[in-house]
Design a protein around this ligand. Structure first.
Ligand code: CIR
Length: 258
């Protein structure tokens, strides 16, 4: 099953308040114009790859709302409105309700006290992983598995490595059987049965790559990772994510794809 063949995406323009977004390293000060430029380039590449992109307007009240991957999860079969685990982000879910209803016949949702971020969900042909993290609680992960079952799909609860924001901060799918991940993720054993490509030391942030159709989108500061992926015969397109990275974000977080 090819789970990276997409025809549609939802993105949201960054708000000026994005510079106040959540981040581990408070000394990293992102610049709005640079974030907006990186976002424009990203949206343009999605279009070049053949996706119809629904661009939502910026939300000044939600600094992290450009990261649309976190409040919702989508599959061709339907969508699930999640409940982001960061208090400043939980309201983003309501802002996604209408757009999900526009695009999907079935929109399910997590209940009260069921917290899960889309950044913790990795779709593979074999299973859908949901990683417990500081944002995704066990109650949220279990509720997600139930909703997914209602959509006819199976999920497996895993653990996001300590100190890693999201499960997908440290892993992404390169092809049907190959995962790009950090050494910490590889050592956890969670991806038993997959071929693993481990990010070289110093290039851990490359692990949040994004496969769209036949192209792997990768941050442009990771030449050794790019080489490893190209050696598999896969096509790599690099994108600047330097400014976005100051907000602990990468390539998958800026879109929902189906
Ligand atoms: C946050 O901490 O929620 C944002 N600054 C970054 C979210 C990144 N999301 C993702 O990778 N799915």
């Amino acid at each position: 099953m090819r789970v990276f063949d997409f025809t549609h995406a939802i993105v949201r323009e960054p708000s000026r308040s994005v510079v106040n977004g959540l981040r581990e390293d408070a000394s990293a000060t992102p610049d709005f114009e640079k974030i907006a430029a990186e976002h424009r380039a990203y949206v343009s590449v999605l279009g070049d790859l053949g996706l119809a992109v629904d661009v939502l307007p910026a939300l000044e009240g939600f600094p992290d709302s450009v990261f649309v991957e976190d409040p919702a999860f989508v599959l061709p079969e339907g969508a699930i409105l999640l409940r982001p685990g960061a208090p400043s982000r939980v309201g983003e879910r309501e802002e996604m309700r209408d757009v999900l209803k526009r695009h999907f016949g079935q929109v399910l949702e997590l209940g009260e006290n069921e917290y899960a971020d889309g950044g913790d969900i990795l779709v593979t042909p074999q299973t859908i992983f949901i990683g417990l993290s500081q944002r995704t609680t066990r109650a949220g992960a279990e509720a997600f598995c139930d909703k997914l079952k209602a959509l006819g799909r199976e999920a497996r609860i895993a653990q996001t490595p300590a100190g890693t924001l999201h499960f997908k901060t440290a892993s992404s799918l390169l092809d049907e059987t190959t995962i790009l991940c950090t050494a910490a993720m590889a050592q956890s054993g969670v991806f038993e049965g997959f071929r693993l490509i481990v990010t070289p030391a110093g290039e851990e942030a490359a692990a949040n790559a994004l496969r769209i159709n036949d192209t792997i989108l990768l941050g442009d500061r990771f030449p050794r990772t790019a080489e490893l992926i190209r050696a598999l015969g896969l096509s790599v397109k690099t994108l600047a994510v330097t400014e976005i990275a100051k907000l602990d974000a990468g390539l998958s977080c800026m879109s929902l794809r189906w």
